[in-house]
Design a protein around this ligand. Structure first.
Ligand code: 3SL
Length: 240
């Protein structure tokens, strides 16, 4: 039997080039959507409905849903939540269903919907996710959310961490240069993510918005064992 593969796609617009119809897709948006989603589940949220546009989020809000919306790093006016993991730590989300739209992350999740299984990945849930993927022994595609279709370092670094472990610990195969590049970026960071990403574009953007605290939180590996997965239109917590 052939070995399962692990590959990395750097941006959502290239998804069709890399997706092969059968892989588990892990959507990654380290700063900050997938980190905020893991945190919301850690703090008891029941479901998150990821939508691509502010208009869709508003339509849900008008039907009475709690909703979060972020664009360019800031909470969109009129919404309860943005994209900060800390906004989900206040005991205000327990048992709730939240509709969420973010600049890149929720769009990437919706693009990945064609896959048989869509999981949410971040540095925060890294080891739990890797252990789960190794157990499945199925091919995996890491989809980096990037920034407005541009490559970014933090999602690639996280994808590289996943790829390296799947290859070294479980013998997954790979053939794409994007995967080799992602692993090299993870190795170059040599576990000092904060320093490695110092000059990165989204760290600068979030620093200018006084969101350094969010960055520090999101760049810590293994603070969570939550693995959110897409069940129809909603993310739920995987029981594994
Ligand atoms: O791009 C996204 O989906 C967001 O994570 C961006 S931000 O970190 O909220 O600015």
């Amino acid at each position: 039997m052939s070995k399962p593969s692990i590959e990395v796609c750097f941006t959502p617009s290239k998804f069709d080039l890399y997706y092969d119809n059968q892989e588990i897709v892990v959507v990654i948006d380290v700063l900050r959507a997938t980190s905020a989603i893991c945190t919301a589940f850690d703090y008891g949220v029941s479901k998150i409905i990821p939508v691509s546009t502010v208009e869709e989020a508003r339509a849900y809000q008008e039907k009475g849903f709690l909703a979060g919306a972020e664009r360019d790093g800031q909470i969109v006016e009129g919404f309860e939540f943005g994209n900060s993991p800390f906004s989900y730590m206040k005991g205000n989300v327990k048992g709730e269903t939240i509709v969420l739209t973010t600049t890149n992350g929720t769009k990437a999740i919706n693009i990945a919907k064609v896959a048989p299984q869509v999981l949410v990945g971040a540095l925060l849930n890294l080891d739990a996710l890797i252990a789960y993927l190794i157990k499945q022994n199925k091919s995996v595609l890491c989809l980096c959310s990037g920034w407005k279709e541009k490559f970014n370092l933090e999602d690639t670094l996280c994808a590289g961490a996943i790829a390296k472990e799947l290859v070294e610990k479980a013998g997954f195969a790979f053939s794409e240069d994007s995967t080799i590049g992602a692993v090299s970026i993870f190795e170059a960071a040599s576990l000092n993510n904060f320093r490695f990403l110092k000059a990165s574009s989204h760290r600068r953007r979030l620093r200018n918005l006084n969101l350094n605290k969010d960055v520090i939180y999101c760049l810590q590996p293994n603070q969570s064992v939550a693995i959110p997965y897409l069940n129809g239109d909603a993310l739920e917590l995987l029981a594994y």
